[in-house]
Design a protein around this ligand. Sequence first.
Ligand code: AMP
Ligand code: ZN
Length: 114
Amino acid sequence: MTDCIFCKIANKEIQSNIVYEDHKVIAFKDLNPQSPVHILVIPKEHIESTNYINEDNSHLIGHIFVVINKLAKDLGIHQEGYRIVNNCGENGGQTVSHIHFHLLAGRQLLWPPG
Ligand code: AMP
Ligand code: ZN
């Protein structure tokens, strides 16, 4: 997708603070962190939202969770805990139309969300 900001981050056309990368996914620090740890994990392939997950691309989603598991251990947040958030569509609060998973940690997170 030529006009997608997260595709541009994945292609290194836009600078970001990358914390993990492999051939399928990239993880980078959120520009506007909502907690001491706030990382976005995305597939390099453009998938618009959860609405577009299918049998052909779902392996990427499984892989993202393996990466989150590794990041949580590397960052030392796996024992105190963390939250994974995916916002889908307008009511879900999605502002960037390239599927992404927020990894939030470093403080007590509230529930329910607003
Ligand atoms: P969402 O509201 O779930 O679509 O989340 C989009 C997230 O992307 C927000 O938390 C933004 O702060 C973050 N964001 C937007 N642009 C950038 C960027 N260039 N680099 C890092 N994070 C970004
Ligand atoms: Zn994209």
